[in-house]
Design a protein around this ligand. Structure first.
Ligand code: NAP
Length: 340
């Protein structure tokens, strides 16, 4: 296949609201020796993309300035040191940026096969959130069968990944949501219970659901005043995994409770991790989760699709917080092959 020199992408014209996302023409990325070039069918939208668009989450040195941290598509070129992949492979990948485009170059260690039975538009919904939750909740916080896990933002991208990873591991996800529709969605994904944060007391419900022990693990993206709630809701030996701070980057932390309950509070951002770390996370997903994702009865995350050129509308939709699951951008290649 002869590759074009230029492609359509979505650029961030300047820091700001969704309207600063504009279709642009950009060079097709040059490949490094350990990279593959993916013709993008679909690109997932994630919370960090919103932060990058607002000018609050700069790409790490050397990464594409274009937004987009996950894609699914077909491999159309490979660097000389790439192993275990082939031209034409249908893949999903964690990118280092540049996913809102027709082509993206990705280190081959961050590339995974599309689960059996998944369309590319569905597979694009996985990498960013599954890598994040795998690294933090599973690899760092040691998620084990039988644990109770309090999952905030259960109907969103991160929350949905956390619920489904819990169900694969044999842990029990308790999802926090803001309405009944989102509760039903979380139950379909595998949550054993939901808590409506507008109407219910989170600590009381967690204690009732765990025979008074509390949650063994917490996945939090809210921060601020919720940190004290998480600590109160934690079981002895618990571990709170902080992946974002949507309601506040600082918190009053009751240190004595942390000591008395033997708690751990850890935080991490995925994007600046090394290629080796990202490859290790990919290997964990491949070895431990991919076969479950490929099962015939697996419940895929809900997706809503938008043309690539309408990235601004998709960001506005995400900021409205009406969505369940993931928002996905389709390139012309993806739109022309809806069943792929
Ligand atoms: N650490 C990392 O490496 C990493 C990686 C990926 C994402 N993140 C971060 O994780 C966060 C969630 O990302 P996502 O892709 O899962 O987003 P998302 O799909 O929009 O999900 C966020 C969920 O949280 C709930 N929520 C509660 N309070 C909120 C608030 N104040 N603002 C926004 N949502 C709120 C929302 O539903 P209700 O409002 O209905 O409860 C929604 O279901 C983002 O801040 C993102 O930057 C971090």
């Amino acid at each position: 296949m002869t590759l074009p020199e230029h492609m359509t992408a979505v650029c961030i014209a300047e820091p700001g609201g969704p309207e600063v996302l504009t279709p642009c023409t950009s060079p097709v990325p040059q490949l490094g020796p350990t990279e593959v070039l993916i013709q993008v069918a679909a690109a997932g939208i994630n919370g960090p993309d919103l932060a990058q668009r607002r000018g609050l989450y700069a790409p790490p040195p050397g990464a594409s300035r274009l937004p987009g941290l996950e894609v699914a598509g077909e491999i159309v070129a490979m660097g000389g040191e790439v192993t275990d992949l082939a031209l034409g492979d249908r893949v999903m990948a964690l990118t280092n940026g540049g996913g809102y485009a027709e082509y993206v170059a990705v280190p081959f260690g961050q590339v995974l096969p599309v689960p059996h039975g998944w369309r590319l538009a569905e597979a694009a919904a996985l990498p960013e959130t599954w890598f994040t939750v795998t690294q933090t909740l599973v690899m760092r916080a040691g998620l084990r069968p039988g644990m109770h896990v309090l999952v905030h933002g259960g109907a969103g991208g991160i929350g949905g990944a956390a619920i489904q990873i819990c169900s694969i591991v044999g842990a029990h996800a308790i999802a926090v949501v803001s309405d009944g529709d989102k509760a039903s969605y979380c139950n379909r994904l595998g949550a054993i219970a939901t808590i409506d944060r507008a109407r219910e007391n989170i600590v009381d419900r967690v204690m009732a659901l765990t025979d008074g022990r509390g949650a063994d693990r917490v996945v939090d993206l809210i921060g601020g005043a919720l940190t004290a709630v998480n600590i109160a809701a934690s079981a002895r030996g618990g571990h709170i995994v902080q992946v974002s701070t949507l309601e506040g980057a600082t918190a009053n932390v009751p240190l004595r409770t942390i000591m008395a309950k033997d708690l751990t509070l850890s935080g991490s951002t995925l994007r600046p991790q090394t290629a080796a770390t990202k490859a290790a996370i990919a290997a964990h997903i491949r070895d431990n989760f991919l076969s479950s994702l490929s099962a015939a009865n697996w419940i895929k995350p809900a997706i809503s699709t938008f043309p690539l050129a309408e990235a601004a509308r998709a960001h506005a939709e995400m900021e409205s917080r009406r969505h369940r699951g993931k928002l996905i951008l389709l390139t012309a290649f993806g739109a022309a092959n809806p069943a792929s």
